[in-house]
Design a protein around this ligand. Structure first.
Ligand code: SF4
Ligand code: SF4
Length: 398
């Protein structure tokens, strides 16, 4: 694959005028809106990251200002716009978009809501994780997709960005089925790359004006990065986003999966940066886990080791409101998390838990955090070697 271009544009706030100018500049750096809207590409789907709908001030979702600015540029370029996202868990699409502050803008700008509730089976011969996928109808209602991810930490994939944003094009609870089908984060990343290649968004615009660090993807803390990133290559864009948060892109399985599937570039000799200098935006103190995720072993002994060593979700009873969303979202059968009638918080079965962190993602009370396994806390060095061995052994088995 040839060289990829990533545009970096400073944007210090979500002030509508500043954001609009920054978005316009970024798109112009990539050749202008005509690159993405042509005679055969008039209906564009805007795909922000909405999660399950959180107030924009929490910086968990694509900010409405960025959404509005992107919509404005493409409408001025003559496109008809649709929008939407399929939230995590059982949350309805409409209420999520409303909470995220997007439906009001869409209604003002006459942007139609696309169908993210229903979907259809598709065959993708080029898939590496499989050939058959289930994709939201929204994707087929448009000529092309403009993906608008948020830069955030993520318990499963370390960071979530351009590649992972397409997971929202898998409707509703079907997402959980994919987590269960691909319990290993590296297999799951191959799947994410497959659906990204199938959907093939024309452009990715990442909102990192305020990113989210810490307990991602929804219970972390806003972190000002003052940046919007633009690219047609999702792997290159995520690679540069990793540099911004001072995370080795090799620790992000979606980047590695993207490179091996030929979906994009991750090395500086194949990425051309345009716009503002990268150095201005690097945050060495960004709170993110700076180590690679652990493979799910297939050997019983290593499954036992992993259970005690790897990070896992933990619920805080002082914060838990007993809503049961974590249990609903858990994709494994039988559930790896249960909430008894009289229990003050959910109880985990770490032997069953595949560490997808869906429970953490949907918890409305920020009651679930990611903690190291008990043995890892006690023997950090021993755990390092045990996990290396586990990764090596699992890789060999594959
Ligand atoms: S308990 Fe949480 S992390 Fe474990 S499998 Fe269920 S949803 Fe995923
Ligand atoms: S941990 Fe969170 S999602 Fe689970 S029951 Fe408590 S508040 Fe609800």
């Amino acid at each position: 694959m040839g060289c990829s271009v990533v545009a970096l544009v400073r944007c210090n706030s979500y002030d509508p005028d500043e954001t609009a100018a920054a978005v316009e500049r970024g798109i112009n750096l990539l050749g202008g809106v005509s690159q993405f809207v042509g005679n055969s590409k008039k209906r564009l789907l805007l795909k922000p990251n909405v999660l399950w709908g959180v107030d924009p001030k929490n910086c968990v979702t694509t900010h409405p200002s960025v959404f509005r600015a992107v919509a404005k540029v493409f409408q001025a370029g003559g496109a008809e716009l649709l929008y939407g996202d399929s939230p995590a868990g059982v949350t309805a699409v409409g209420s999520s978009l409303k909470k995220a502050g997007l439906s009001e803008i869409a209604s003002d700008m006459n942007i139609k809501l696309a169908d993210f509730e229903g979907g259809r089976p598709v065959t993708f011969e080029g898939g590496t994780s499989g050939k058959n996928f289930f994709i939201a109808n929204a994707v087929f209602e448009c000529d092309t997709v403009i993906s608008i991810p948020k830069l955030k930490t993520h318990g499963l994939t370390r960071m979530t960005g351009a590649v992972k944003n397409q997971f929202g094009c898998v409707p509703g609870m079907t997402k959980g089925e994919y987590h269960a089908r691909y319990p290993d984060v590296y297999d799951f990343s191959n799947f994410l790359v497959d659906i990204t290649r199938y959907i093939s968004p024309e452009l990715y615009i990442m909102d990192a004006v305020y990113a989210m660090e810490g307990n991602g993807p929804q219970s972390g803390t806003p972190k000002k990065c003052s940046l919007l990133l633009f690219s047609s290559d999702p792997v290159a864009l995520d690679t540069i986003a990793c540099r911004v948060i001072d995370l080795n892109p090799e620790f992000v399985p979606t980047v590695a999966a993207g490179v091996s599937a030929g979906a994009g570039n991750s090395t500086f000799d194949k990425i051309k940066l345009v716009g503002d200098p990268l150095d201005q935006f690097v945050c060495p103190d960004f709170n993110v886990v700076r180590k690679p995720p652990v493979r799910v072993p297939r050997n019983r002994l290593f499954i036992e080791i992993r259970k005690h060593f790897t990070s896992r979700p933990v619920a805080d009873k002082s914060l838990c409101i007993r809503c049961g969303r974590c249990v609903e979202a858990c994709p494994v059968n039988p559930k790896a998390v249960v909430l008894g009638k009289k229990a003050q918080k959910p109880r985990y079965d770490y032997g069953r838990c595949i560490r997808c962190f869906c429970c953490q993602e949907v918890c409305p009370a920020k009651a679930i955090t990611v903690e190291d396994g008990v043995l890892k806390k006690l023997f950090p060095f021993a755990s390092f070697f045990a996990l290396l061995l586990s990764n090596y052994y699992s890789k060999k088995k594959r």
